[in-house]
Write a protein that binds this ligand. Structure first.
Ligand SMILES: [Zn+2]
Length: 108
């Protein structure tokens, strides 16, 4: 059996599922107090994670989960950006699943 690599796991603020960090959409509150979507995952600040799924984005926004996680209000602009990114990522992932291109000996 192949050895399972430990990947950093984060919890989606909406469905509470643990998933590898890079599969999630990160929303960050920067040290300046600005809340925005962080597609790179590299922006410094307090981060919260949401599944790349429209459902989770909605719950995160509407139930105030994201606000709570970041202890900061979410602007309409950020909410829209998150919805769009979640929808786009979900669509891209659906295509990937249909055409798997994962190299067998990837060192990652
Ligand atoms: Zn989720």
């Amino acid at each position: 059996m192949a050895k399972v690599r430990r990947v950093p796991q984060r919890q989606c603020v909406a469905c509470r599922q643990m998933r590898p960090k890079r599969e999630l959409v990160r929303v960050v509150r920067t040290p300046a107090g600005e809340v925005r979507v962080d597609p790179t995952g590299k922006v410094s600040g307090r981060g919260a994670y949401v599944c790349p799924a429209a459902d989770c984005a909605e719950v995160a926004l509407r139930a105030g989960r994201l606000e709570h996680a970041l202890a900061s209000p979410i602007s309409d602009e950020t909410a829209l950006a998150l919805r769009e990114l979640a929808a786009r990522t979900a669509a891209a992932r659906a295509v990937e699943t249909q055409n798997p291109r994962r190299p067998r000996h990837a060192g990652v």
